[in-house]
Design a protein around this ligand. Structure first.
Ligand code: BGC
Length: 733
């Protein structure tokens, strides 16, 4: 000590203290779950080289790998882990309606939910959460921690081949349900996307089309659905879409990725591309963080080219770090980092009951003359016809395809996209389920011969015709029923006055025979236990309680674009991205007036309006009071006027603001009432739907004044009209 001197002693003490502080610090401080996800990402990135960061930014496509590394599951995407940092591999699976498994062969079971439109027909965020939680649970057990789910594209066109994966035409309904489903998935410590951001609203030309729409209209429609889904659902990732907006690819679009998503909405997660949607490094500059399925892009842009761009000073190293930060942040925030996957067996039987609950509440009774349904009340012979009702229920095709064990497949039509090897019928046969319930004999004809079907129907007390319309990713579908099914219905209806039609369709269809049949049930693609559920609804074991999340047109002439844009040059696509079609623009002339808003603005009467659906009982609306001021709310009485318990979905709409007529769904709820029961219901308008986007002030603006509203059972039935006076309000984007 003497020789060291005082200064030396202090210095030694400081060094010793510092050394012991280092020793006390964990070697990998980002492992501390008490730190914020951002802090953890920072600490980890401080140790990572540029190459290690770049490795987080591009994914491989196991289904295309000649030899997949051990442990890699054949699925849509995979990003290797980095064991020395404890970063798990990102194992990605499609999961819009269940854990997709097309291409992995038989025995890879999973429970398929009903289609997105069926889920949206429930108007139930609680069920959307339950469905998402079920998918997430199965995904973890199967070894996936990133799910390509959360489809939030608006149904701008009822012919869009992927509407069955999405949640209908309304931004509030779709956004709230998408948020709930994302929260459900992520409750399993895995990441979900919200996809496809944005305006991939038809499949025809999806790689080349340019959407043309003004900013305010976009913010009030498609972007609003995503805004609600993202702000309320907190997905770890957002997938940008194939199409262009005003000529610029969505995955290279600074306005969409940086200005709106990251700046205006403050989104902290990462943007991944759709598969084959990256065309250049412009995407890195515009706000894309991760290139997916890089094998199918022209180059793996987010590998060597991005490294060179950093070396050349074209892209700052800090930008790459930011991209990697967003990926890591989501892995920390959603628990992917802290909760390693624990693969194990699935209980698809139990999980299928979740699918059944969605189907029960999502089937929509469109017509029921003379109370032909429920069938339980009728004895006698039933003729079941068509739709492969003897083997199962139809599902939609494409990357979302779930193939449960025991599925029945038929070859897809010529020219259909090359996914999944067939048209999949989930093994839940309506015929068996109906036979179990019927009091009398149940006969079946496959419907291939309308005359034979009519002869069978003639001998029966009731005829139930099952019609199917297959929709798939990669191709849009006609509104007319295919394969002569209109003629089949006509023939059966001519033979039996008590004809019931059950639709298993991915989209609305035209119904030239509607006046000739007694009942129509829209069962959508009803999922794992669809046959059982159809029987339950037909026999009235549960009320018919679904309500349409999409308008059914009378004909194409009622649509904003009677002819589907790009159809003439269309080439069916496979999973890859052959861009052989000429680019074209779509003028979204309807602006934010999508679906029911368009019908209202043009004073058109659809075949069935948004929000519509019958119950086996009927309801009365009364005594509306409406309150304005800082927000709009209403209360009213709802009475079950029938003799059985039933469920109604009252809806609150705006019809006119201070300046113009504009219909918008503001609130909704599901209410179950006993026979004769009356309940007072309150609904508060979601403030996001009362404001307009003001491009000048770059903010949401609600002007002071009088707002006309109504409460009713659907978008076209103004059961109770009211008016509120609202104060002015503005809100940041
Ligand atoms: C689809 C996405 C899907 C991806 C991976 C794309 O073709 O548009 O929805 O997640 O493929 O399969």
């Amino acid at each position: 000590m003497a020789r060291m001197g005082m200064a030396g002693a202090i210095c030694a003490a400081v060094l010793a203290a510092a050394a012991s502080a280092v020793a006390a610090q964990p070697a990998q401080p980002w492992r501390n779950p008490k730190l914020s996800p951002d802090r953890r990402a920072e600490l980890l990135l401080n140790r990572m080289s540029l190459d290690e960061q770049l490795a987080l930014l591009h994914g491989h496509m196991p289904v295309l790998m000649k030899t997949a590394p051990p442990g890699v599951i054949r699925s849509a995407g995979w990003i290797p882990g980095q064991a020395k940092y404890g970063i798990p591999a990102q194992a990605e699976s499609d999961a819009s309606l269940g854990v997709a498994n097309a291409g992995r062969g038989d025995g890879d079971d999973a429970a398929p939910l009903p289609s997105g439109l069926a889920l949206a027909s429930t108007f139930s965020p609680a069920l959307a959460f339950e469905g998402g939680a079920m998918i997430g649970r199965e995904a973890r057990r199967k070894g996936f921690n990133v799910l390509l789910a959360g489809g939030a594209n608006l149904a701008r066109d009822p012919r869009n081949g992927r509407n069955f994966e999405y949640l209908g035409e309304d931004p509030l309904l779709g956004g709230l349900l998408d948020a709930a489903s994302i929260r459900g998935i992520q409750s399993n410590h895995i990441v979900s996307t919200a996809k496809h951001y944005v305006l991939n609203d038809q499949e025809t030309g999806r790689q080349v089309l340019s959407a043309e729409i003004g900013e305010a209209a976009l913010r009030e429609s498609d972007l609003l659905a995503f805004e609600i889904a993202i702000k309320d659902g907190h997905p770890g990732s957002v997938m940008c879409s194939y199409n262009r907006l005003h000529g610029t690819f969505a995955c290279e679009n600074r306005f969409l990725l940086t200005d709106v998503l990251k700046r205006d909405w403050g989104y902290p997660g990462y943007v991944m591309s759709d598969w084959g949607a990256v065309h250049s490094l412009a995407s890195a500059k515009a706000g894309l963080d991760q290139e997916s399925g890089a094998e199918i892009d022209k180059q793996v842009f987010f590998d060597a080219p991005l490294r060179s761009a950093v070396k050349d000073g074209e892209i700052p190293a800090g930008a790459v770090r930011q991209m990697a930060h967003r990926v890591l942040r989501s892995l920390f925030a959603e628990g992917v980092y802290d909760h390693p996957l624990a693969p194990g067996g699935l209980d698809t039987q139990a999980d299928s009951l979740v699918a059944q609950r969605v189907a029960e509440q999502g089937m929509v009774l469109l017509k029921n003359d003379g109370g032909v349904l429920p069938l339980a009340a009728r004895a006698g012979r039933i003729a079941l016809i068509g739709g492969h009702a003897d083997v199962g229920v139809l599902s939609g095709g494409g990357s979302s395809q779930v193939v449960p064990t025991g599925s029945y497949k038929i070859p897809p039509p010529k020219g259909a996209p090359a996914w999944g090897g067939g048209i999949v019928y989930h093994p839940s046969a309506p015929l068996a389920a109906i036979r179990r319930r019927a009091k009398g004999q149940v006969d079946y004809a496959d419907g291939s011969d309308p005359a034979a079907a009519a002869a069978l129907a003639k001998q029966a007390d009731v005829a139930v015709v099952f019609v199917t319309q297959w929709n798939s990713e990669g191709v849009d579908g006609p509104l007319q029923l295919e394969h002569g099914q209109d003629d089949l219905i006509e023939a059966v209806a001519a033979a039996n006055p008590h004809t019931v039609v059950v639709l298993e369709t991915g989209n609305p269809v035209l119904m030239p025979w509607i006046g000739k049949v007694q009942a129509v049930l829209e069962a959508w693609y009803p999922g794992a236990r669809g046959g059982e559920t159809i029987a339950k609804v037909l026999f009235g074991e549960v009320d018919a309680s679904g309500r349409l999340p999409i308008s059914f047109p009378q004909s194409e002439a009622q649509l904003p674009r009677p002819e589907l844009p790009g159809l003439r040059n269309a080439k069916p696509e496979g999973a890859t991205t052959a861009q052989s079609e000429p680019p074209f623009d779509i003028d979204y002339l309807e602006g934010s007036d999508v679906g029911y808003r368009w019908y209202a603005a043009k004073r058109l009467k659809p075949l069935f309006p948004f929000g519509y659906g019958l119950s086996f009982t009927h309801f009365g609306y009364g005594r509306l009071t409406a309150t304005g001021g800082a927000g709009a709310s209403v209360s009213f009485t709802l009475t079950n006027k029938g003799t059985r318990s039933g469920t109604e979905t009252p809806q609150l709409y705006l019809v006119r603001g201070p300046h113009r007529a504009q219909q918008r769904l503001l609130a909704f709820t599901r209410v179950t009432l006993k026979p004769g029961e009356t309940r007072r219901i309150s609904l508060a308008a979601d403030p996001r739907l009362l404001a307009d986007w003001d491009e000048k002030s770059h903010a949401w603006r609600r002007d002071a004044g009088r707002y006309e509203v109504f409460v009713g059972p659907n978008a076209a039935d103004q059961a109770l009209k009211g008016e509120v006076t609202l104060a002015a309000a503005t809100a940041a984007p």
